[in-house]
Design a binder for this molecule. Structure first.
Ligand code: ATP
Ligand code: MG
Length: 672
């Protein structure tokens, strides 16, 4: 188990005398230290698997980690081991302790869309609100929550009108969530922290469950996540965290790379181990990465070397436009794969924003190259899945007004907007949910007989279904519910062809099956797990994953630079190496180039054997062709290690393009 490790790695694995920080650059085996250490703790230190928790950020990363641990410990020995994302751990805690937190069982989880629409409703009364303002307020609320700032404090801290407004919405938003018996994404960490702070007895119980914690990608923890870890670890200090400050790319979501320094302040006996050998990339790729990141200021100096051979130069491809770029990358992968007799899954195409995947998809399909997009249009964002999830959420929590509104006319029940508005007014005046308002006598003053009857019928039917779920086989009850609403007929009326309708219906049954499997798995771990818990878990998966079930079939991998963190591929393409894309326009405006540089660093260090960077000279934006400038990051790479393709004097080309772009900008400013 330990023989494969180098001395420093072994030191990190074997050290259990106190808190440990492994600080090291990309590909140096940080995650390997975590997975090996889990096995070491179980096999050599006799710590029970159910007393160990390893946490990381994305579902993809946690799946990877599970897989890697699975190779070292199996069967009984691994039973009860927690390898999960921060948010899943939070959900488990809330699920077990909901009573103490003042939530009813089967609370619901608000996803991004739910949050937006609630904020919109709350703001709507006083302001003309557009999507951008709503997004901004949502972002501010999220940051407050991640910093553990309560609404009242936010009020006190507000500096200007905008912040005062956001703080006021925050207060309302929080109250509404409580009333709906719902939590949002950020609450999954914030509530456990609050719980542990307010209830030492509960904390004590959880500390007894956690004899050792390990955290991957520590540089991306935010204030609340760090506190959660600190609380769970307690006086024991049985903690290993690994991280790389150069890979901190989630500051916009409240991540605090300073947490790396804070760790040393909070734990006086913190031991630091640095790893310096990279086992992933050729030395040319590594030199590129090192040279680029040297442009950022550093708290901790790191040197990273590799003996994987120098490898081939980093190729830079300049393309006419975005279409040519997509075509170029796809045809290259095709020929490369054939020449080297390789696999599609060895290739990853990375980009800054999800929208960049669209053209690639079209080309990949045209050339019949199998591919998989992570984080793009997900199974869960399909209409039919959203509809049925709406019903499921309502089953779990009939007070969930968002879900109520999503499903009330799906399929059509001919309950018009004016009826709903009156229902809403009544519900607001009585401080009850839309669902509960449906069968209250007082509603008669607001609505006509016909409308009342329809609402009453819906309310009654849902209550019956909820009862059936609790009494009989819940999965059968859910199947019945889908029959009851005649969803299949609705799909046929609303799809472009019978085949499409059938495919969509098949998706619905996949969802139900996946709910059944989730429930079975949860009951294996915990006898008391209910259908409500399983639905909450599904909703969470939807939120975190936003993608189809992982499989290891042979497909080219497409993903954003953000979601590529922690992963590795033999051949990596980073497309759109242009100013305004990478670095992103917003970051340029905010002067936040360093985070963009780290993002580029993360991308480059995913590559094992070859790295190709591409940019387009022209790109369409808002229906208009714009000239693009090659990214400044290209210039920061060691020129001698790059093979600029197609151009004799590539940097000149870059300068020329910059001239074009400057002209464009000038024209725009002059309004021409
Ligand atoms: P990142 O910063 O990107 O998350 P990391 O530091 O977590 O990277 P790992 O993913 O653990 O690095 O390791 C990178 C690669 O090096 C993996 O393929 C891993 O199997 C391999 N590796 C790690 N340690 C060793 C070792 N001692 N000998 C051989 N290969 C190793
Ligand atoms: Mg890692």
């Amino acid at each position: 188990m330990l023989s494969r490790l180098n001395d420093r790695q072994r030191e990190a694995v074997e050290y259990v005398g106190g808190p440990l920080l492994v600080l090291a650059g990309a590909g140096s085996g940080k995650t390997s230290v975590i997975t090996t250490k889990i096995a070491y703790l179980i096999k050599e230190k006799g710590i029970k698997a159910n007393k160990i928790a390893a946490v990381t950020f994305t579902n993809k990363a946690s799946r990877e980690m599970k897989e890697r641990v699975g190779k070292l410990v199996q069967g009984k020995e691994a039973r009860g081991l927690t390898v999960s994302t921060f948010h899943n751990l939070g959900l488990t805690i809330i699920r077990r302790e909901h009573k103490t937190l003042g939530y009813k069982a089967g609370f619901s989880l608000f996803d991004d869309q739910d949050t937006k629409s609630l904020i919109k409703d709350l703001m709507h009364k006083d302001f003309q609100t557009d999507a951008e303002i709503i997004g901004l307020v949502q972002h501010m609320i999220s940051n407050w929550k991640n910093d553990l700032i309560e609404p009242e404090q936010a009020m006190g801290l507000a500096q200007d009108d905008r912040e005062t407004l956001a703080a006021a919405v925050y207060r309302e938003y929080d109250r509404h969530l409580q009333a709906y018996n719902a939590v949002d994404f950020d609450d999954l960490i914030r509530l456990p922290v609050r719980l542990f702070r307010d209830h030492p007895d509960v904390l004590d119980r959880w500390q007894n469950r956690m004899h050792y914690m390990l955290v991957d990608e520590y540089q991306d923890t935010n204030v609340s996540q760090y506190l959660l870890v600190k609380l769970l670890i307690g006086y024991r200090g049985a903690l290993t965290v690994v991280g790389d400050d150069d890979q901190s790319i989630y500051a916009w979501r409240g991540a605090r790379p300073e947490n790396l320094i804070k760790l040393g302040e909070d734990f006086k006996n913190l031991k630091i181990v640095k790893l310096e050998q990279n086992y992933r990339s050729t030395s040319l790729i590594l030199r590129c990465a090192n040279t680029l990141i040297a442009n950022n200021p550093h708290v901790y100096e790191k040197t990273l070397w590799s003996n994987m051979g120098s490898g081939s130069p980093i190729r830079v491809i300049s393309c006419r436009n975005e279409d040519a770029e997509a075509e170029r990358v796809v045809t290259e992968i095709l020929t490369h794969r054939i020449k080297n007799d390789g696999h599609y899954k060895d290739f990853a195409i990375l980009y800054r924003g999800n929208h960049q995947a669209r053209l690639l998809e079209i080309k990949l399909q045209a050339y019949q190259v199998p591919y998989k997009i992570s984080g793009g249009t997900s199974f869960f964002s399909r209409h039919e899945i959203k509809d049925i999830m709406g019903y499921l959420r309502l089953l779990v929590n009939p007070e969930d007004d968002n879900a109520f509104l999503r499903v009330i006319n799906m399929p059509r029940r001919e309950i018009g907007p004016s009826t709903l508005e009156r229902l809403g007014t009544y519900a607001n005046s009585r401080h009850i949910s839309l669902f509960n308002a449906c069968d209250e006598l007082g509603l008669e003053q607001y609505l006509s007989g016909k409308a009342l009857e329809k609402l009453g019928r819906f309310n009654h039917w849902l209550q019956q279904t909820i009862k059936r779920c609790a009494q009989d086989d819940p999965i059968a009850a859910i199947r019945q519910m889908i029959q009851d609403i005649d969803y299949e007929a609705w799909l046929h009326q609303n799809s472009s062809s019978p085949q499409v309708a059938e495919r969509r219906m098949a998706n619905v049954w996949i969802l139900v099956d996946s709910l059944r499997d989730t429930l079975a798995r949860m009951q294996e771990e915990d006898d008391e797990a209910t259908i409500e818990d399983a639905i909450s878990r599904l909703v969470l998966r939807d939120m975190l994953e936003q993608q189809e079930k992982e499989d290891d079939s042979d497909r080219v991998q497409l993903m954003t630079l953000h979601s590529a963190k922690g992963l590795e591929y033999p051949h990596v393409y980073i497309i759109g190496m242009e100013e305004d894309l990478l670095p992103h326009r917003n970051s340029i405006d905010e002067g936040n180039i360093e985070e963009e540089r780290r993002l580029a660093y993360v991308g480059i260090t995913r590559a094992r054997e070859t790295l190709t960077l591409s940019f387009a000279s022209q790109r369409k934006q808002f229906g208009e062709m714009l000239n693009c400038t090659p990214s400044r990051f290209l210039e920061e790479l060691p020129e001698g290690d790059l093979a600029w393709e197609g151009k004799e004097n590539a940097p000149d080309e870059a300068k020329r393009a910059r001239g074009h772009a400057a002209l464009d900008a000038l024209k725009k400013r002059l309004g021409g």
